[in-house]
Design a protein around this ligand. Structure first.
Ligand SMILES: NC(=O)C1=CN([C@@H]2O[C@H](COP(=O)(O)OP(=O)(O)OC[C@H]3O[C@@H](n4cnc5c(N)ncnc54)[C@H](OP(=O)(O)O)[C@@H]3O)[C@@H](O)[C@H]2O)C=CC1
Ligand SMILES: O=C(O)[C@@H]1CCC=N1
Length: 270
C-alpha cells in the first residue's frame, strides 16, 4: 500500500515506525514535513521519502494520512487539495470534524476520522475510527488495514464518539506515564535506588496490563485479588478513595473530551 503522511511529527513517526517494523517498505511511504531535521530523521530511521511540500507524487498514494495539529489542518488540507483524487484521506487530528475537512478539500467525501495513540510505535496502539455511512467498504477496509498494522482498531457509529476516544485512548498513554512517574517517585522517596525504582514501576504496569488482557477479567476483580483484608493494598486504596482519585481521573478525561470538542469549534471554522 502506498501511503502519504502530511506532517511528520510524533504521531506520524509512531505510525510510520510501526508500519516499517511490520514490513512496509520505506519507499512506499511518503512524508510531507516542513521541518528539515524531522525529514532527515524519518528518512534515516525508516527509509521513507520525505519532502518539504506537497507535489504531484501525492496523487499516487492510496491513502493520505493527515497528521498535523488541529490548528494547521485547514492550511494543510488546502495544500493537498490539488492532488487528492484517488486516495482515501485519513485524519488523525483531535477535534477536527469530517464536514469541515470535506469542505476544505472542495467537497471530497472519501474521508475517515481516526484517533490513534503513540504505542503504535511498538504495535500496541489502539485506534478509534469513524466514517460517514456513505464511505465505501473498500475505503473503510483500507483505513482499518493501515491502523491495524500498528495495533487494535475499534469502529464507532457516531462521529461525536471520537471526542471521547481522544480523551480515553488518544491522550491515555500520558495518564499512564503520569501514574508510572508517580509510582517511581514514591519508590525513590521510600529509599529505593533510582534504576531499581524505575524497573519496579515499569514492570508493575506491564504485568498488570498483561494480566488484565490475557485473563480478560474485570480490573475491579483483579484489584480485589491483590487486596488482602487488613493488608497493605487496602491501606493504599483507602488513601486514594479519601482523595477522590477515581473521581479526579474521570473529571480529567471529561475535560480532555471537552477540549477535543473545543478544538473542532475553534479550528473547524471557515
Ligand atoms: N501525539 C499524540 O499522542 C497523538 C496525536 N494525535 C493527533 O496527531 C496530530 C499530530 O500530532 P503530533 O504528531 O503530536 O504533532 P507534531 O507537532 O509532533 O507533528 C506535526 C508535524 O506537522 C508539521 N506541519 C505543520 N504544518 C504542516 C503542513 N502545512 N504540512 C505538513 N506538515 C506540517 C509540523 O512541523 P512544525 O513543527 O515545523 O510546525 C510537525 O512536524 C494532531 O492533530 C494530534 O491531535 C492523535 C493521536 C495521538
Ligand atoms: O494532546 C493532544 O491534543 C493530542 C491528541 C491526543 C494525544 N495528543
Amino acid at each position: 500500500m502506498k501511503v502519504a503522511f502530511i506532517g511528520g511529527g510524533n504521531m506520524a513517526a509512531a505510525i510510520v515506525g510501526g508500519l516499517v517494523a511490520k514490513g512496509t517498505r520505506g519507499e512506499d511511504l511518503l512524508v510531507v514535513e516542513p521541518n528539515a531535521k524531522a525529514r532527515a530523521t524519518l528518512a534515516k530511521d525508516y527509509g521513507v521519502n520525505a519532502v518539504e511540500a506537497p507535489g504531484e507524487e501525492l496523487s499516487h498514494a492510496e491513502a493520505i494520512v493527515l497528521a498535523v495539529k488541529p490548528q494547521v489542518m485547514r492550511e494543510a488540507a488546502a495544500s493537498i487539495k490539488p492532488y487528492v483524487n484517488r486516495a482515501v484521506v485519513i485524519s488523525i487530528a483531535a477535534g477536527i470534524r469530517l464536514g469541515d475537512l470535506s469542505r476544505w478539500l472542495g467537497g471530497y467525501a472519501r474521508l475517515v476520522r481516526t484517533m490513534p495513540n503513540t504505542p503504535a510505535l511498538v504495535h500496541a496502539g489502539v485506534t478509534g475510527l469513524y466514517a460517514d455511512p456513505a464511505v465505501s467498504e473498500g475505503d473503510r477496509r483500507l483505513a482499518d488495514t493501515l491502523m491495524n498494522a500498528v495495533g487494535a482498531t475499534v469502529w464507532f457509529d457516531k462521529e461525536t464518539d471520537l471526542d471521547a476516544v481522544v480523551a480515553v485512548s488518544g491522550s491515555g498513554p500520558a495518564y499512564v506515564f503520569f501514574a508510572m512517574e508517580s509510582l517511581e517517585a514514591a519508590a525513590r522517596e521510600l529509599g529505593l535506588a533510582p534504576e531499581k525504582a524505575r524497573t519496579l514501576a515499569l514492570w508493575t504496569f506491564v504485568g498488570a496490563a498483561k494480566l488484565a488482557i490475557e485473563r480478560n477479567e474485570d480490573p475491579a476483580k483483579l484489584r480485589a485479588n491483590v487486596t488482602s483484608k487488613g493488608g497493605t493494598t487496602e491501606r493504599a486504596i483507602s488513601v486514594m478513595e479519601a482523595s477522590y482519585v477515581r473521581e479526579k481521573i474521570m473529571e480529567a478525561v471529561k475535560a480532555a473530551a471537552q477540549r477535543s470538542r473545543e478544538l473542532g469549534d475553534e479550528f473547524g471554522k471557515d
